[in-house]
Design a protein around this ligand. Structure first.
Ligand code: GTP
Ligand code: MG
Ligand code: ZN
Length: 301
């Protein structure tokens, strides 16, 4: 059978088959390295009635679409990049780096401006306009629920996680998305409760110290990854020139620049700098790009 790993705890995995969650273990090779199974993995599993430790055995991890190591999750379709304009103030280089990390990992970013009630419509619209030609972009007030419906529409049926700076409202938005959702979580909770004793006796740890990432399947098919919160994605060593490709607004322009390897910084006859001058590229995006290329250069030394 095929299912999705929705939680891993102390060598046990919780597999969701589209209807229920079963607990089980990894077989053979998979078992030797517990890092080999990620939350989000699609796995081949069998129900094992005779196994005293769990209800299912995982045979194989289906090839991943993508994965992140911090937090360790796989197969995300969408990362909702959440940020507020005030409380806390927006930090565009951090946000744009997160978005670039999505581009690199093969995850679709969705831009979510939170705390729309605190910033004023004009500021929110302006921030949305920076992104709306590049990615799906919404603003929300997670206290009143405004904009949550629109966000639901965008992420519906997909495998989704929220990321962004601390305090921007990720947990509040997550709670709104969960509002009115019935029970897989409860069924899973009951399973977990039953399993916790066993797990604790094997690993010496209880549930609170081992909790990291967990997926909540929702009634519309959305799988919401609940992570402890992450603010950046891993950026492996890369050539500065490769940073260009992480900014979709440059893609059509790269070939118009005088030099094919134009970094869009000091070169003459640069289509990106022209677009910047006439406002077709946002200053904040360009500044983020420059700071990312600087960062990548530093790692190379
Ligand atoms: N005014 C206003 N406050 C909000 C909104 N969304 C969240 N808050 C508040 O902002 C604070 C932080 O929200 P959280 O949801 O905990 O933020 P978080 O992103 O999960 O923070 P971390 O878990 O630290 O990463 C809380 O006091 C929320 O009540 C909003 O839309 N408007
Ligand atoms: Mg939180
Ligand atoms: Zn250029």
């Amino acid at each position: 059978m095929i299912g999705t790993v929705v939680k891993g705890i102390g060598g046990f995995y919780f597999v969701y088959d589209g209807e229920t969650v079963v607990m089980g273990k990894a077989r053979g090779n998979l078992k030797r390295n517990k890092d080999l199974i990620y939350v989000g993995d699609v796995v081949d599993f069998d129900i094992d009635e005779n196994d005293k430790d769990g209800e299912c055995v995982i045979h194989r991890v289906v090839e991943r679409k993508n994965y992140l190591t911090r937090p360790p999750v796989s197969n995300l379709d969408i990362l909702v990049v959440v940020f507020s304009l005030v409380q806390p103030d927006v930090n565009y280089p951090v946000i744009d780096k997160l978005i670039a990390g999505c581009e690199l990992a093969g995850i679709d970013p969705v831009i979510c401006i939170s705390k729309a009630d605190l910033a004023g419509k004009e500021a929110v619209d302006k921030a949305l306009s920076v992104y709306s030609s590049l990615y799906p972009a919404v603003s929300v007030n997670a206290i009143s629920g405004e904009g949550i419906g629109q966000l639901r529409g965008i992420i519906g049926g997909k495998k989704v996680a929220l990321a962004g700076p601390s305090g921007v409202g990720k947990s509040t938005i997550t709670n709104q998305l969960h509002a009115g959702e019935p029970g897989i979580a409860e069924a899973e909770e009951a399973l977990l409760k039953a399993a916790t004793g066993r797990i604790s006796s094997k690993t010496g740890r209880g549930r609170h110290t081992t909790r990291h990432v967990e997926i909540f399947p929702m009634s519309d098919g959305t799988m919401l990854y609940d992570t402890p919160g992450f603010t950046s994605l891993d950026m492996p060593g890369m050539e500065p020139i490769a940073v260009r490709d992480l900014f979709p607004e440059f893609r059509d322009l790269n070939s118009i620049c005088k030099y094919s390897d134009c970094m869009h910084i000091n070169e003459p006859e640069c289509a990106v700098k022209d677009a910047l001058k006439n406002g077709r590229i946002a200053v904040s995006r360009y500044e983020s790009y420059k700071s990312m290329t600087e960062e990548v250069k530093k790692w190379q030394k």
